[in-house]
Design a protein around this ligand. Structure first.
Ligand code: 5GP
Length: 195
């Protein structure tokens, strides 16, 4: 007896710590798989093709769009990012849970296409705290931080379309919140897919 896996969408403004929460939970939960996205941005140091992203040229990415290969895709800060549908479906069919860590435009596309996807939004405790964290990274100019804050404000307006909101005030609590959501969703009463 095997159930089809659950599809989770994990979204939130940059600087909310969503990557940290997710990597901690992926380390603890062996039934949860992170979908590897495709992107046209250049790899950062240490990033490997096929592990962190599939790094594609713009031409190749657009070919994949035309072929209908993407479950969702979006342009974000001048680059394409997208989720390839095939590998996600294969994992779900095999009964595994899959999580997409994507920005809000892509999340809204999934919400339309896959109404059964569990939508999770990570929010900062406040916009002041978000700004403090972005500045604390010390890696970006004032201009870039202002741009990220503007993007974050827009992204926050979508929060009410999500099933769950995790406020990342305390990292350990945010990790527990995500684990609790996964656990509850696995117990949700839905038709079993007998194999
Ligand atoms: P980064 O360039 O920092 O790795 O990612 C930038 C943004 O793109 C992040 O908000 C990340 O969640 C988002 N992102 C990564 N992969 C995808 C994807 O496949 N689709 C969409 N829509 N956004 C993505």
């Amino acid at each position: 007896m095997r159930k089809r896996g659950n599809l989770y969408v994990f979204t939130g403004p940059s600087g909310t710590g969503k990557g940290t929460i997710l990597s901690e939970v992926l380390g603890k939960d062996k039934n949860l798989y992170l979908s590897v996205s495709a992107t046209t941005r250049t790899p950062r140091e240490g990033e490997r093709d096929g592990v962190h992203y599939y790094f594609l040229t713009q031409e190749r990415f657009e070919e994949r769009i035309a072929a209908g290969a993407f479950l969702e895709y979006a342009q974000y800060v001048g680059n394409y990012y997208g989720t390839l549908e095939g590998p996600v479906n294969d994992q779900l069919e095999a009964g595994n849970d899959v999580v997409l860590e994507i920005e809000v435009q892509g999340a809204m596309q999934i919400h339309e296409k896959r109404p059964d996807a569990v939508m999770i939004f990570v929010a900062p405790p406040s916009m002041e705290e978000l700004e403090r964290r972005l500045k604390g990274r010390g890696t970006e100019s004032e201009d870039k931080i202002r741009h990220r804050m503007e993007t974050a404000e827009k992204e926050m307006t979508y929060a009410d379309r999500f099933d769950y909101i995790i406020v990342n005030d305390d990292l350990a609590c945010a990790i527990d919140d995500l684990m609790a959501i996964l656990r509850a969703e696995r117990c949700r009463n839905k038709p079993l897919n007998f194999k």
